[in-house]
Design a protein around this ligand. Structure first.
Ligand SMILES: NC(=O)c1ccc[n+]([C@@H]2O[C@H](COP(=O)([O-])OP(=O)(O)OC[C@H]3O[C@@H](n4cnc5c(N)ncnc54)[C@H](OP(=O)(O)O)[C@@H]3O)[C@@H](O)[C@H]2O)c1
Length: 247
C-alpha cells in the first residue's frame, strides 16, 4: 500500500486530496494546524469509507518543529501500517491574505514566506530520509503565479518560487527516482482568505472557460490520480488545475 502525507489536510483542498487518495487505496497521514476537530472529521470520513488515516499536528511556518514532526511520522508509520517509509508528499498547507504592495508589512510578507516557500523547502528536507525511493512530491502552487491578481503579490511570488523549487527537487531527487511536480489551482471554493463573496465568485466564473469556480474535489481527484503509476513519466512540471482560468 502506498502512503501519502498531505499538509493542511484538515480543510479545503487538503481534506479533499486526503479523502480521494484514501478512496484509491492509499494510506493517509494528514496534518492540521489549528483545526484538530476538522482533521478528526476527515479521518472519520476516510475510516467510514474503509480507509486508514492518521492526523498529526504541524505548523508549516515553524521549521524548528520539523524534526519532531518527522519523529511523529516515523511512529505513525510503524504503528498504523508497520512501515518505515512513506511514498508521496503533498505540500498543500497555506493561507491567503489580501495586502497590496503599497501597504504590505514585513510581518505579513515573512508569514507568507514561511508557510508557502520556506516551510515546503525544509519540511521536504526533513522528510526525505523517510520517503521511499521512487516517491513523488506534489507542491500546491497557484494560478496567481501566472495571472497577476492585485493584492496577492507576496503570496503569488512565493508560489512562483515553489514552482521553481519543484524543478530543483526533480533535478536533485531524480537519482532516487523521486519525482516532483507542482499543481496550480485557479479559484476554488474553499475558506482560503475568508472565502469568496458571491460577487467575486461570479466574476471569477466569468473568467473561466468552464463557466464556474472550482470545487475542492476538482483538485482532490486530480492530485489523487496524479499520484498513480500511470503518471510515472511526468516530472518537473507545473500543471494548472483551473478549468481554463483567464486563457
Ligand atoms: N482555494 C483556492 O482558490 C486556491 C487557489 C490556488 C491555490 N490554493 C492553495 O491551495 C492550498 C490549500 O488552500 P485551501 O483553499 O484548501 O485553503 P483552506 O480551505 O483555508 O485550508 C487551508 C489548510 O492549510 C492549513 N494551514 C494553514 N496555515 C497553516 C500552517 N501555518 N501550518 C500548517 N497548516 C496550515 C489549514 O489547517 P488548519 O485548518 O488546521 O489550521 C488548512 O488545513 C494552499 O496552499 C493555497 O494557497 C488555493
Amino acid at each position: 500500500m502506498s502512503i501519502v502525507i498531505i499538509t493542511g489536510g484538515s480543510r479545503g483542498l487538503g481534506a479533499s486530496i486526503a479523502v480521494q487518495c484514501a478512496r484509491r487505496g492509499m494510506g493517509v497521514i494528514l496534518t492540521y494546524n489549528n483545526n484538530s476537530q476538522a482533521a478528526k472529521q476527515v479521518v472519520a470520513t476516510i475510516e467510514a469509507d474503509g480507509g486508514k488515516a492518521v492526523a498529526l499536528e504541524l505548523d508549516v511556518s515553524n521549521s524548528a518543529s520539523f524534526l519532531a514532526f518527522r519523529d511523529a511520522v516515523t511512529e505513525a508509520l510503524a504503528k498504523t501500517w508497520g512501515a518505515q517509509t512513506f511514498d508521496f508528499l503533498v505540500n498543500n498547507a497555506g493561507y491567503g491574505l489580501y495586502s497590496p504592495i503599497a501597504t504590505v508589512t514585513e510581518d505579513e510578507f515573512d508569514g507568507l514566506f514561511r508557510v508557502h516557500l520556506k516551510g515546503p523547502f525544509f519540511l521536504t528536507q526533513a522528510l526525505l530520509r523517510l520517503m521511499a525511493d521512487g516517491g513523488h512530491i506534489v507542491n500546491v502552487t497557484s494560478a496567481t503565479s501566472r495571472v497577476a491578481t492585485a493584492g496577492v503579490a507576496p503570496y503569488a511570488s512565493f508560489k512562483g518560487g515553489l514552482e521553481v523549487l519543484t524543478r530543483y527537487m526533480a533535478k536533485e531527487f531524480g537519482e532516487r527516482r523521486i519525482r516532483a511536480n507542482s499543481i496550480a489551482p485557479g479559484p476554488i471554493r474553499t475558506e482560503l482568505g475568508g472565502g469568496l463573496t458571491e460577487e467575486f465568485e461570479a466574476m471569477l466564473a466569468g473568467q473561466t472557460a468552464l463557466g464556474r469556480v472550482g470545487e475542492p474535489d476538482d483538485v482532490g481527484c486530480m492530485v489523487a490520480s496524479l499520484l498513480s503509476d500511470d503518471n510515472r513519466w511526468l516530472n518537473a512540471q507545473n500543471i494548472e488545475v483551473a478549468g481554463g482560468y483567464i486563457i
